[in-house]
Design a protein around this ligand. Structure first.
Ligand code: 3NM
Length: 215
C-alpha cells in the first residue's frame, strides 16, 4: 500500500475561480494543502497539458501530491503522481495498466460496498462522496452522511478522503466521524483569501489531531 500523507485535499474548479486555476493552487499550497487534484473538463487537450505541467511543477516544488482527474494522457504528459477516477471515467484496470503500480489511483465511491469493490480492484484511495449536499458537482448523488464516514473508517483498509459540502463549520464533525482526510472545493475557492482560508482549515485539522493525540 502506498503511504499517502493527504489530510487536506484540494480540487481545482475553473468555473468557481476568480483569480485563475494557477493562482488558486499557488495560494492553496501556501496555505498548506497536501494534495492538489486538477479537475478540468472544458479546456482543449493541449491547453490542459500546458496548465497541468505548470501545476505539477508548483506541487513538486512544495512536495504536494499532484493528481489529475480522469485524463490518463494528461497525467502521463505532466508526470503527475496519479489520477482520480469518477464513476463515468476510465475503468480502474485500464488506468492501472496505463500508469503502472508506481502511480496513485483514487476512485470516487458513494457507498461502502462500492468502496470495498474498488479496494479489491487495486485503488490506492477512495473519494467518499458526497458526505453532505453540494452544489459544486451536479451529479454527485444523495449525501452519504457521517454514518458512512464512520463505517469507512472501520471497514476500509485503504485511505479515504471525505468529499462534498465540507466547510470550516462542519469540519470537526467529519473529523470526529473518523475521516483522516478531507477535501473542499467551494469552501476554499469561494473564500475571500484562499491562503488565509486554508490556514484556518489547517488549524482546525491540526487542533483535532492534537486533541486526539492527548486522548
Ligand atoms: N465529489 P464542495 S468532487 C461531491 O471527485 C464531490 O468525487 C467529487 O465540492 C469527486 O467541496 C465533489 O464544493 C464536489 O462541496 C465537492
Amino acid at each position: 500500500m502506498k503511504k499517502l500523507d493527504f489530510d487536506l485535499y484540494f480540487i481545482t474548479d475553473r468555473t468557481l475561480s476568480r483569480s485563475g486555476v494557477i493562482s488558486d493552487v499557488a495560494a492553496a499550497i501556501r496555505g498548506g494543502v497536501r494534495v492538489v487534484q486538477y479537475r478540468e473538463k472544458a479546456l482543449p487537450k493541449e491547453k490542459m497539458i500546458k496548465e497541468a505541467k505548470e501545476l505539477a511543477g508548483l506541487c513538486k516544488k512544495a512536495k504536494v501530491i499532484f493528481i489529475v482527474n480522469d485524463f490518463i494522457d494528461v497525467a502521463l504528459a505532466c508526470d503527475a503522481d496519479g489520477v482520480h477516477l469518477g464513476p463515468c471515467d476510465t475503468p480502474l484496470a485500464k488506468a492501472r495498466k496505463a500508469l503502472g503500480n508506481g502511480k496513485i489511483i483514487g476512485v470516487t465511491a458513494g457507498s461502502i460496498d462500492e468502496a470495498k469493490r474498488f479496494e479489491r480492484e487495486g485503488a490506492d484511495y477512495i473519494g467518499l462522496s458526497p458526505v453532505f449536499a453540494t452544489g459544486t458537482k451536479k451529479d454527485a448523488g444523495q449525501p452519504a452522511g457521517l454514518s458512512v464516514v464512520r463505517e469507512a473508517g472501520k471497514k476500509l483498509r485503504i485511505p479515504f478522503v471525505a468529499i462534498g459540502g465540507i466547510n470550516r463549520e462542519n469540519l470537526d464533525s467529519v473529523l470526529d466521524a473518523g475521516a483522516k482526510s478531507v477535501c473542499m472545493i467551494s469552501a476554499i475557492i469561494k473564500s475571500e483569501d484562499i491562503e488565509k482560508e486554508v490556514k484556518a482549515i489547517r488549524r482546525i485539522i491540526n487542533g483535532h489531531a492534537a486533541r486526539k493525540g492527548k486522548k
